[in-house]
Structure formats: structure tokens, C-alpha cells
Design a protein around this ligand. Structure first.
Ligand SMILES: Nc1ncnc2c1ncn2[C@@H]1O[C@H](COP(=O)(O)OP(=O)(O)OP(=O)(O)O)[C@@H](O)[C@H]1O
Ligand SMILES: [Mg+2]
Length: 318
């Protein structure tokens, strides 16, 4: 038994077990996570010297073979990407099938537009097997606003005929109390997702704490740099572990709008660039919600209508 435990631990040639332990403690417990973490960040996370950090990063890169590969192989990898059912066929359609692995999907909208409802629904549906539109995996949730409601997850699971206890067991939740805490939780994700083999990570909401804590013009670049570093870490996790990241983001009023929608997503360019797909949500007629893809490398700017009821996100095509 002890041997099995040994075997699952990673090894890097010429690196002491003490150094390996430091990496593990910092959440860098896979070759992938070490290979894709900048050496300066490895230094900060582990307290090891610059030379050692460089060395472990390079050795890990050899293990995971990061380098040029033919585009056919990239296509092959992308063909294995999974898409998670959102609960609404129309929303799935505009997302090109559903919430995608290896990418960050950002849900943007004002209060009550359905961001958290989508997160709850995904927390349930992602657990279904792949042939039923899920990832067949656990889900990690970072709740920054204290809006995570297990009762609602239970309701959604039961409305869909699923065993709510099992579903709740497989949603791992961390409450982030401030931006620093949120950052630590994000930086520790490699360890958690590896340990639990989670294929969906949710951060609801991404920017709230940063907006609340960094007030005034002078703090803007510091804030943006810190948000950027979290987003880069999230993208690395998405790619290294082939999982889906879903972030929520609120909107703020643009003071200079004379026509069109006066709201724009918070987080500025840093957020806009880091997120693969941006989905803008608003309230529609008769308690429906309207989602629009606003910025995606390959999805067209399309609109979808969905509903929210006891089962979470549902279609409203009838
Ligand atoms: N059980 C339910 N049945 C029907 N509709 C529901 C149910 N639970 C929540 N809703 C709808 O979802 C809305 C809340 O949406 P949600 O919590 O996703 O907002 P949000 O976009 O996350 O907002 P915020 O920015 O405040 O976090 C409620 O106003 C209600 O219309
Ligand atoms: Mg919410």
C-alpha cells in the first residue's frame, strides 16, 4: 500500500525530496502544474531559490513535452474537448455545444441576470456522465460573495431526478473572504483539481473583492496586475488539466453612453483578454433570460433565450 502512495508522487531527476515536498505543499503536485507556472511564481509559492525554481520548471517541462507540435495534434486534442450541458438547448447552441473544457467562460450581467443560477445548474449537470452531457466529475466552486446555496443545488438535483446527497458531496466549495484569500484559493487549484479530478472550476464572482478593496485611481494598476495574475493561473489550470473554468462578472454603468447598452463588464481589458468566451446575460420578457456571446475567438455573436425554474437553467423554446 505504501508503495502505491510512493508511485503516485511525482519525481524530478536530481531534485531532493525536500524540494519536491515544498512544491507539493504549494499546490504544485503535478508535472503539468510545475511546467506551466512561471519560475518567479514557483519561487514565491515555495520559498525556494531562483536557480532551483528554474531547474524544477525546466525538468517538469521535459516530462510533459511542452513544445511545438503539428496543428493536426492540436486539432486532435480539441476534438477531445468536452462540452457541458447548461440546461438550456438554446444556450448550448450559441456556446457551440455547451461550456467548454480547456477554456475560460465568463458570465457577465447585472444582479439577478442568472449568473449564479447557471453556476448552480452546471455544478449539478457537470457531474453527469459524458454521454449525458456532463464531465462525469466533481466540481470546485470558489464563492466570493457568500451566495453559494446548497439548498438550491439540492432543489436542482431533485427536480432532475438525481440523488441530491451525492451531488452535494461532489461539489467542493471554498468561501473566499477577500481578494488575497481568493488569490490563494486560485493558486492552490492545481492541487485540489488533481486530487479530486475535477473538470469544472467556478469562481462566482471573479472581480467583486478586487473592486471593493482597491478604491481610487492610484490603485488601479496594482488591482489589474493582481486580477491578471489570477486569470493567468486559471487559464493554466484549464489547459494543464483540460477542464472548464466558469467565472462570473458584474457590469458597471458607463457614464458616457448616449445610445446602446449603458453597462459594461468590470475588470477592464485584463478580464476581456483572459476569458475565452464572454457571455452577456440580461433579463428578458416573462421571467426569461437572454444570453449573447459578445467576444469569442470562434463563436458567432448569437443570442439565446433560457428560463430559470426549480430545475435551474432550462430551455424556453416552446
Ligand atoms: N427556484 C427558482 N425558480 C425560479 N427562478 C429562480 C429560482 N431561484 C432563482 N431564480 C431566479 O434567479 C434570479 C437570481 O439570479 P442569480 O442569482 O443567478 O443572479 P446573479 O446574476 O447571480 O446576480 P448577482 O449579480 O446579484 O449575483 C432570481 O431573481 C429569480 O428570478
Ligand atoms: Mg450571483
Amino acid at each position: 500500500m505504501a508503495e502505491d502512495v510512493e508511485k503516485t508522487d511525482i519525481e524530478l531527476e536530481g531534485v531532493s525530496s525536500a524540494t519536491m515536498a515544498k512544491l507539493k505543499k504549494a499546490g504544485l503536485s503535478t508535472y503539468e502544474s510545475i511546467a506551466v507556472t512561471p519560475s518567479r511564481e514557483i519561487e514565491e509559492l515555495t520559498g525556494m531559490g531562483a536557480d532551483t525554481a528554474q531547474k524544477v520548471m525546466q525538468l517538469a517541462r521535459v516530462k510533459v513535452d511542452l513544445g511545438f507540435i503539428p496543428a493536426t495534434q492540436v486539432l486532435e486534442k480539441r476534438m477531445h474537448m468536452l462540452k457541458c450541458n447548461t440546461g438550456s438547448p438554446d444556450l448550448n447552441r450559441i456556446l457551440g455545444g455547451g461550456i467548454e473544457t480547456d477554456a475560460i467562460t465568463e458570465l457577465i450581467g447585472e444582479f439577478g441576470s442568472g449568473k449564479t443560477q447557471i453556476c448552480f445548474t452546471l455544478s449539478v449537470l457537470a457531474q453527469l456522465p459524458v454521454d449525458q452531457g456532463g464531465f462525469g466529475s466533481k466540481v470546485c466552486v470558489i464563492d466570493t460573495e457568500g451566495t453559494f446555496l446548497p439548498e438550491r443545488i439540492k432543489q436542482i438535483a431533485e427536480a432532475r431526478g438525481l440523488d441530491s446527497n451525492t451531488i452535494l458531496q461532489n461539489v467542493l466549495v471554498a468561501r473566499a473572504y477577500n481578494s488575497e484569500h481568493q488569490t490563494i484559493l486560485i493558486k492552490n487549484l492545481p492541487q485540489i483539481v488533481h486530487e479530486h479530478n475535477a473538470k469544472l472550476v467556478i469562481v462566482d464572482s471573479m472581480i467583486g473583492h478586487f473592486r471593493g478593496e482597491f478604491i481610487g485611481r492610484g490603485t488601479l494598476s496594482d488591482r489589474q496586475q493582481k486580477i491578471g495574475s489570477c486569470l493567468a493561473a486559471l487559464l493554466r489550470v484549464a489547459e494543464a488539466f483540460s477542464l472548464a473554468v466558469v467565472l462570473t462578472n458584474q457590469v458597471q454603468a458607463k457614464p458616457d453612453t448616449s445610445y446602446g447598452d449603458p453597462n459594461k463588464p468590470t475588470g477592464g481589458h485584463v478580464m476581456a483578454h483572459a476569458c475565452t468566451h464572454r457571455v452577456y446575460l440580461r433579463k428578458g420578457k416573462e421571467n426569461t433570460r437572454i444570453a449573447t456571446i459578445i467576444d469569442s475567438p470562434y463563436l458567432p455573436e448569437e443570442k439565446a433565450r433560457f428560463g430559470v425554474d426549480a430545475a435551474g437553467v432550462v430551455g424556453c423554446e416552446q
